[in-house]
Design a protein around this ligand. Structure first.
Ligand code: ITT
Length: 185
């Protein structure tokens, strides 16, 4: 079976491929622009995004909307994570967090999957802390400034370890459970 991963982000595709290869599902990276609604709810962004993609005729695909929610910044950058990453970047987040004792943050990932005419939407979360500096050259996006164990950042650990505890990994596990429960895999 083949599933398209509709995204502009190759880092996501690599993580999906790793997770789905055991099930014999092949991921195909597709860049298909679609309108993303502006709302503070990741699930709504995903659900409306899926409507827009289905209206373009695509089937059997995955999209995900993810974000980093920092406690001391009242959830910022959250649903504005892509914009924050492109503008202030990781150095900007670190500047906002300079001298802030509460380092708590969480990654959230909402996956929407269209498969065999069904629709499954799941959300995974991973809690951790914002580090004091950027560390590591693996991963992508906010990985160099996020640590789940307070020691190593997501950019310093292997993708398999990241997937085993990450927001996307947790969401994928929920998705696979739902696919199995519905007899789709
Ligand atoms: P698409 O919307 O095209 O899929 P994107 O990279 O813009 O790609 P999101 O809107 O879901 O994806 O992500 C918002 C931002 O959060 C973006 O800058 C990502 O790089 C970052 N991000 C998402 N997942 C991440 C992860 O697992 N680790 C680090 N940063 C992540």
């Amino acid at each position: 079976m083949k599933l398209k991963v509709i995204t502009s982000n190759p880092g996501k595709v690599a993580e999906y491929q790793r997770e789905f290869s055991d099930l014999g599902i092949e991921m195909e990276h597709v860049r298909l622009p679609y309108d993303e609604v502006q709302t503070s709810d990741l699930e709504e962004v995903v659900s409306k995004g899926m409507d827009a993609i289905v209206a373009q005729g695509a089937r059997d695909f995955i999209i995900d909307d993810s974000g980093l929610f920092v406690d001391a910044l009242k959830g910022f950058p959250g649903v504005w994570s892509a914009y924050a990453q492109k503008t202030i970047g990781n150095p900007g987040i670190l500047r906002l967090m300079q001298g802030v004792p509460d380092r708590g943050a969480e990654f959230r990932c909402c996956i929407g999957c269209d498969i065999s005419g069904r629709r499954i939407i799941v959300t995974g979360v991973c809690r951790g802390v914002i580090t004091d500096s950027e560390r590591g050259d693996g991963g992508f996006g906010f990985d160099p400034i996020f640590s789940h164990d307070g020691e190593r950042t997501f950019a310093e650990i292997h993708m398999d370890e990241k997937n085993s505890i990450s927001h996307r990994g947790n969401a994928v596990r929920l998705l696979i459970e739902a696919m199995k429960a519905q007899g789709l895999v």
